[in-house]
Design a protein around this ligand. Sequence first.
Ligand code: BES
Ligand code: ZN
Length: 849
Amino acid sequence: MRDAAPTTIYLKDYTPFGFDVEKVELTFDLHPTKTRVKSRISFVPKPGAPSDMFLDGENLTLVSASIDGTPVHPEVSAEGLTCPVPDAPFLWEAEVEIDPENNTALEGLYMSNGMYCTQCEAQGFRKITYYPDRPDVMSVFTVEINGPHPVLLSNGNVVSTSQGHAVWHDPWPKPAYLFALVAGDLVAHSDSFVTASGRNVDLNLYVRPGDEGKCAFGMRALKASMTWDEEVYGREYDLDLFNIVAVDDFNMGAMENKGLNVFNSSAVLASPETSTDENFLRIEAIIAHEYFHNWTGNRITCRDWFQLCLKEGLTVYRDSQFTSDMRSAPVKRITDVIDLRARQFPEDQGPLAHPVRPESFQEINNFYTATVYEKGAEVIGMLRCLVGAEAYGKALDLYFGRHDGQACTIEDWLKVFEDTTGRDLGQFKRWYSQAGTPRLTVKDAWYNGTYILSFTQNLPASETTPDPQPQVIPILTGLLSPSGQEVVPSQVLEMTQATQSFTFEGLKERPIPSVLRGFSAPVVLESELAAEHTAFLLAHDTDPFNRWEAGRSLARASLLKMITDDAAPDPAYLDGIHAVVGDATLDPAYRALMLNLPGQSDLVKSLCDMGETPDPQAIWDACRAMSHAQAERLQDILPALFDAHQVTEPYEPNADQSGRRSLANAALRLVSLIDGPDRARGQFTSADNMTQQLSALGVLLRINEGTDELEAFEQQWKHDRLVMDKWFGMQVIHADPNETAATATRLTEHPDFNWKNPNRFRAVMGSLAAHHAGFHFADGQSYGLLADWLIRLDPVNPQTTARMCSAFQTWRRYDDARQQKIAAALDRILATPGLSRDTTEMLTRIRGS
Ligand code: BES
Ligand code: ZN
């Protein structure tokens, strides 16, 4: 059945559910196409409860229903059922039939490689049985599973288990979106953890037979996360068992179901031979993220889905703190900012802009966005910056103490900070309600020993924020002397006005300012400071983030001049990075990041702001030319950098080794532009780990070599789905712009292009969308190709289709010819009969009028 006509849901319309749910008992009789789900739910009407009860339910066949043992015949619609109910506590019993095998949307109960699994967030539980499927309804669940599988899992603790039968009980009240069930032929990688208070917790990572060798790292990351949350946030785990299951077909990365996390296998399975350093890093972060949700999400959940950032923004913030502690804090910060600018800024500056806490939506799945997640985390970072680490810790303790077991709002969250610090956070709250990226302009002045920094903030008006008001912007700032001494150490300048100045007295000479250190607020900084300051900061800033940022600014300015004026690469930039990259006292991972160029779609935005019409091919050519200029300028040190950072000890995915590999591979990429393929070929052949093998292959493809290596790679890895995802993605990512669409098309014809698997679909189509110059190649082939595949995927998997529509979100930045081609592609998708609510909402918003 297709989705009903779209309706918009508003935050302002929130009303509590009229009934409490005292307990829930579920029985599953598993069958691929005819699973029976029996529910026994104890409802208690609240004062003023309606006489009719509505329960959510989608794609269910109602077999029977009764209230207190008497059969009832509810009115059933495509969204749920309505039934007259008593005005006293009653027992609702129902039996429904569902079809997991044909559930290709991967929401509710579905099958993946013969295994049953569930995904209920946000609104998947209603595809399992009739229920008040909303996060503010919390209850205790007991689950009985009958099925022929060796492993039968659900949330909480095991009550009883025997061949073909298991009963689980979760003592913690939870919303339905945290329900999970898994059944299959799985093997466990087991370990245990003793909590700070001495509770023993059994840990299991369940995988398909054959994947046992890819579990050790995930388990280590889980134990590190458990320890970290005890030490840093004082939060212990609260059950005797913690299970993780890896599944191959999964829309997202992973899900924090109580006591039974479900992971996309790409987000948990790892071995040195099959996974890159980046994969290991991501796995460590995502395991931490889902584990941290046990407190920020599960124990304290969201009142409604508008409050999603309450759990996601906070948990992203917590997982980034964890990664900073486990690895290098500056490197983590830089990579987070690169990601924010690449994904969140375009969203915030285009037709999909929405506040961190949206006020309306049609399809909640479309609001698991970079804004809710990444900007939501930035807002928490700003709050911590404003109140200080100590007050932040106290506020969090108050939050956990006051709201444990509750379904909360952003108001509750801000109140704990107000109560802890005595501050009024009324203005700060605008970060949650106003969409868009503020522009922050800075200039300075110097009179007889007084130094003045003046800032202006400006938030562009948008559809959701027509009348923007000034926000509170913490601007972490330090001042350097002309000889590079830090004369005024980092301090937070708290900006609250549209225009505001800050004065520094008692300086002997005019300082060089380092503003917005650590990227202390998610803004676009426009500097009217002397241009030579940037090169000075690249050489001398004591703040590692701003030092990197200075290099980035020089690269951007130079690239823009190369694009608009045909200028040569800026020698000051090249000299500056030569010095930093060659500085052996600095962390290799940090030095590798110095070689990274601004994103091509970021440059598009800058060109638009300058009143230019961006030409994707010219941007591509400029970035290529800049890489060559880097290679030539660094030619004297590249071979030695490559050699000196080879890792000779056995592979470990730790920060030290992966940092060395990233610098060696950055050097390899550049030196190969000059010296050709030999070094990369050698590395490809001798590599004993995927990081080295894949980066060598990438370098070869980039210089139009590597045909034989691609073939060899396929032969070596065709049995491994996760590695083959890399093989598919790689070829698109490294294609020349004029060949990107053809390459992607060829790959879709490969027998292993299993497009119903989200990982494989994303490997090809996600890479196509991520290849800026290839996606926007003038012939428009890529637009058409992506549209074809979105039309094909939508009826099968609306959620993944809708997420991929964001490839088109920046379309208004391009020339008329491209806009016409994109509009035609969008209109063609929108005209598809029966298009899902998910995709319709995304494309309608992107298309605009
Ligand atoms: N709760 C989400 C998973 C989710 C998202 C379920 C959307 C249903 C709809 C989970 O905690 C999450 O945020 N996962 C992220 C990874 C994380 C490291 C940011 C994901 O899956 O991408
Ligand atoms: Zn999350």
